[in-house]
Design a protein around this ligand. Structure first.
Ligand SMILES: NC(=O)C1=CN([C@@H]2O[C@H](COP(=O)(O)OP(=O)(O)OC[C@H]3O[C@@H](n4cnc5c(N)ncnc54)[C@H](OP(=O)(O)O)[C@@H]3O)[C@@H](O)[C@H]2O)C=CC1
Ligand SMILES: O=C(CO)COP(=O)(O)O
Length: 431
């Protein structure tokens, strides 16, 4: 594990695509942009590019005179909130991790370890902990939220009285129950004035704690916010890429959990590599199809938050969703598996939401429906899987060749070849 002392050197080594300033200068620059943006109102609505440019230019001039740092709050002291807060603190940002359990806060401050979620990892000694929500979020530049999807709205309601000019970034990869809202939808509902973004990518928390090189995506309409998040979290071990497709990035993170459960289940049946590749590819097609219906750019699913996260969670036992699927595949029921896991597995709820939404809107999501049938309708997994293999003729990439055409032609050919075979059989029989 890298000690906190050499962390800035680490960042400095990998600043190739962030211009030639030092990490401190980057932080300072971006803190200034955010301050200026919130004072001038830039950050609260659609950004005005020329205003942003002049803020950047002004801050470039200010860097040497006023070395400010980003002030960040991370809400949710589970494995991911803790891992991200630790990265930010290690980068020198003024970082507070808010945790709802007062005793946990005390223990973390004393031991600099998150005993419940990341017991083997020492956290950066500059990371601050708080149980007081108002203290944690007031006077911050960015509030990152890493609570489970089902607690996201109540968390926003709780911080609403303390929001002035802060930006909000969701780290949550879930969906709200029944409303089918994504976290960005909930932010728009509850805090319509704030500048916001979502961050998602192949980011297994434990690998990040081990300094295994990883990358993620910050998606926002706000360029200063994207830059600020990049500066806050970017390091030699963690790259932060940018996107302006909020819906696509967020859906990638939420939907892949469904398929991680499917893959965990498939692994319990000891399937081969061909089968895994088939599931993974069909999953990506489902995700893109669903994304397009929701207004996302299908190409976003080819990026880190799509295929990247799908691959990571579908191939690792570090994924809680994968582990849930594996337990189901070994015969446990869903309640027992969730209890045994004892951590967040967003896919359990997402399967229900997406099954319902896809059924209602007629979106073709066979793997999701199959999983729903196994988990919630008590159908036999093998029977359901075999049924999936009989799903008729479809094109490979529907954005290249539309399904209707492929289906109609192939089905007609099949029917005609079957009728030839029947005729030949009749002829033989009559001879
Ligand atoms: N772990 C990972 O590798 C990654 C996770 N994510 C996403 O981050 C989000 C959080 O996941 P993760 O940190 O792993 O989850 P964990 O299960 O590790 O932790 C959940 C955290 O949220 C807290 N919490 C639960 N309910 C509430 C509530 N009502 N109000 C306030 N706090 C609450 C828990 O507190 P308590 O302990 O008191 O219950 C705990 O601190 C999920 O959406 C997940 O998909 C994204 C990328 C990677
Ligand atoms: O989203 C994740 C990695 O990118 C974590 O996946 P799990 O929630 O399945 O552990």
């Amino acid at each position: 594990m890298t000690s906190s002392n050499n962390s800035n050197k680490d960042i400095g080594n990998d600043n190739s695509d962030m211009d030639n300033t030092t990490p401190e200068k980057q932080n300072s620059l971006l803190a200034g942009i955010i301050e200026r943006a919130s004072k001038s109102g830039i950050g609260r609505k659609k950004l005005n590019p020329s205003a942003v440019e002049s803020a950047v230019a002004k801050n470039m001039a200010d860097i040497h005179n006023s070395p400010t740092k980003l002030r960040l709050a991370f809400l949710g002291g589970g494995s991911f909130g803790t891992a991200m807060a630790n990265l930010a603190a290690r980068n020198g940002c003024d970082t507070t991790l808010w945790v709802r359990n007062k005793r946990a806060v005390k223990a973390m401050a004393k031991t600099q370890t998150n005993k419940k979620y990341l017991p083997s990892y020492k956290l950066d000694d500059r990371l601050k902990y708080s149980h007081d929500l108002a203290m944690a979020v007031k006077d911050k530049d960015i509030i990152f939220i890493a609570v489970p999807g089902l607690a996201f709205r109540e968390t926003l309601k709780s911080i609403a009285p303390f929001i002035s000019g802060q930006s909000i970034v969701s780290l949550t990869k879930g969906m709200e129950k029944d409303t089918f809202a994504l976290m960005s939808d909930i932010i728009k509902d509850e805090l319509p004035e704030v500048n916001f973004g979502v961050m998602s990518g192949p980011n297994l928390a434990i690998e990040i704690m081990k300094n295994m090189p990883s990358a993620t995506v910050i998606a926002s309409d706000s360029e200063p916010l994207r830059h600020a998040v990049q500066a806050a979290l970017h390091s030699a071990f963690f790259r932060v890429f940018a996107s302006d497709d909020v819906k696509g990035v967020e859906l990638g993170g939420a939907l892949k959990n469904i398929y991680a459960i499917a893959m965990g289940m498939a692994a319990a049946y000891d399937v081969g590599e061909n089968t895994k590749a088939m599931i993974l590819t069909c999953a990506l097609a489902e995700m893109s199809r669903f994304g397009v219906e929701a207004g996302a750019n299908p190409l976003t699913f080819l990026g880190l938050s799509g295929v990247g996260d799908l691959y990571a969670t579908c191939s690792s036992e570090l994924s809680r969703n994968y582990r849930i699927g594996n337990m189901l595949g070994r015969g446990m029921n869903i309640d027992a598996a969730v209890k045994k896991l004892g951590q967040t597995a967003e896919g359990v709820n997402t399967i229900q939401q997406v099954h319902e939404k896809a059924t209602k809107d007629g979106i073709y999501m066979p793997i999701t429906h199959a999983l729903y049938a196994v988990i919630y309708e008590d159908k036999a997994a093998l029977g359901v899987a075999l049924h999936l293999m009989e799903a008729g003729f479809r094109s490979d990439v529907e954005f290249v060749m539309a399904h209707d055409h492929s289906n109609a032609t192939l089905t007609a050919q099949m029917k005609s070849s079957n009728s030839h075979t029947e005729d030949e059989k009749d002829d033989t029989d009559s001879k």
